[in-house]
Design a protein. Structure first.
Length: 114
């Protein structure tokens, strides 16, 4: 089993992919925190967004999501109760058709399954 994992990590490195992109899994829309569900609804209706940085290009510098050209991903803030400012939760939209949720400021992502 360890050799299989090592081989997988080597393939990810050679392809420039992060193993996180595939390790974090999926989350159903209904299993998202209420605030993330609200943010997703706002994204789909085109706003209005509560934070000026909502909709900016997400660079994927962590390489935790599948590689695409710059401008493919955009980020949106998920309000976090009790936190002043933007907090750590985000929804990343890829190409307008795929959605990812992070609750730890880009360390891990879950693909949102609708």
């Amino acid at each position: 089993m360890a050799k299989l994992l090592q081989a997988w990590l080597l393939v990810c490195l050679l392809l420039g992919l992060s193993s996180q992109a595939y390790a974090a899994g999926n989350i159903a829309t209904g299993d998202l925190p209420r605030e993330a569900q609200q943010a997703l609804a706002l994204i789909k209706q085109g706003g209005p967004f509560p934070y000026p940085k909502d909709g900016v290009v997400f660079g994927n510098y962590e390489k935790a999501l599948p590689a695409h050209q710059r401008g493919y991903y955009h980020e949106y803030t998920v309000k976090t109760p009790g936190i002043r400012g933007r907090g750590a939760q985000r929804i990343i939209v890829g190409g307008g058709a795929e959605y990812f949720y992070t609750n730890d400021h880009y360390s891990t992502f879950k693909r949102i399954q609708e």
